[in-house]
Write a protein that binds this ligand. Structure first.
Ligand SMILES: C/C(=C\COP(=O)(O)OP(=O)(O)O)CCC[C@H](C)CCC[C@H](C)CCCC(C)C
Ligand SMILES: O=C(O)C1=CC(=O)c2ccccc2C1=O
Length: 302
């Protein structure tokens, strides 16, 4: 009985660490480019290929799982995750297991995309997704580790925005679209916002490991100011694209996510210098991304 009482909080804390390591909410970043790219394709062609959509969705989730598992593997080699208790490598104590599990996810994900290419007798989609994976590798893997130079945000924007969404749109239509390119800028910025926010509470560990994240380079105060501009640009760009008739008016539904965006900017302005307080800002950014992209996609369907 006594053991149970004592072990409950311990198990609870362990479960929380595992949830933080697996990061379920983060997987919406894999879902939204597929959702919005397919919605744009439907708005233009009135065709929704459910088989391609479902396989692409599953593949994107598997590829993102690889990205996150290999991130823990590569970060364990630079020492940057020494204090990160929710690193999968630290939790399992088995780097090789995480490395190979990640590689299995990558192969399964790429097999899904290969199946789409095979159905279509066209290698364009697999080519584009392999470019996204290469950007994902260059972010964290040797010898590049471009995230350590502060270049992660640029890679993230192109992988989840213009390149990733071009692949999604092409998988539905086997053609290209300027409207989809404009929509990909919105999804790309919203996704990059999450990565940018993930650096605020890690300045000390990043400095110690030689990682020059944008927040290390700018300082937390200027970083917080830039965040507000960056967030505002999502809503301003959507409005500009609606006024220029590139997007349908209903895409302004994405503005319903503005309260989350305002909460994010205020929270970071007030707490940028306090790692413990600011550490949850990444999850507010996930909420901004989720609601903004979900409603943005709905706007193309109405
Ligand atoms: C793994 C990523 C961020 C984690 O960064 P960090 O090391 O600072 O975090 P921890 O503190 O938790 O260790 C995300 C990196 C994103 C990358 C630049 C681009 C990935 C592209 C995907 C692999 C492909 C997406 C395809 C699309 C169509 C879904
Ligand atoms: O763990 C993280 O911090 C992130 C994981 C992840 O997969 C991702 C994807 C796209 C943008 C940001 C992020 C993260 O910040």
């Amino acid at each position: 009985m006594t053991t149970n009482l004592i072990s409950y909080p311990k198990n609870n804390a362990k479960n929380k660490l595992w949830m933080a390591a697996i990061k379920p909410p983060m997987y919406s970043v894999a879902i939204m480019p597929i959702w919005v790219g397919t919605a744009v394709a439907f708005a233009e062609t009135k065709i929704w290929n459910w088989a391609v959509f479902s396989v692409f969705l599953a593949a994107a989730i598997l590829i993102l799982a690889w990205e996150n598992l290999s991130n823990d593997v590569f970060d364990s080699e630079t020492g940057i995750d020494q204090n990160k208790h929710h690193s999968l490598v630290n939790l399992t104590g088995n780097k090789l297991l995480i490395f190979w599990l990640g590689n299995i996810f990558l192969c399964l994900g790429l097999l899904g995309i290969l199946a789409i290419a095979w159905w279509q007798h066209d290698w364009t989609v697999i080519g584009l997704i392999m470019v996204c994976c290469a950007l994902g590798y260059a972010y964290q893997g040797p010898p590049f580790r471009l995230g350590y130079q502060g270049l992660g945000e640029v890679l993230c924007f192109f992988a989840f925005g213009p390149i990733g969404m071009a692949a999604v749109y092409y998988s539905q239509t086997q053609s290209w679209s300027l409207q989809n390119l404009a929509a990909s800028a919105i999804v790309g910025i919203a996704t990059t916002l999450i990565l940018y926010c993930s650096h605020f509470h890690q300045v000390k560990d990043d400095l110690a490991a030689g990682k020059r994240s944008p927040i290390v380079r700018l300082g937390t105060q200027r970083g917080a100011q830039l965040l507000s501009w960056f967030t505002a640009s999502i809503y301003a760009l959507t409005l500009v694209f609606v006024l220029t008739a590139i997007f349908p008016t209903w895409t302004l539904l994405s503005w319903v996510s503005l309260p989350f965006a305002i909460k994010l900017c205020r929270h970071v302005q007030q707490n940028h210098h306090n790692p413990e307080q600011v550490s949850n800002c990444k999850f507010i950014a996930v909420a901004v991304h989720f609601w903004c992209c979900l409603l943005f996609g709905v706007g193309f369907l109405l």
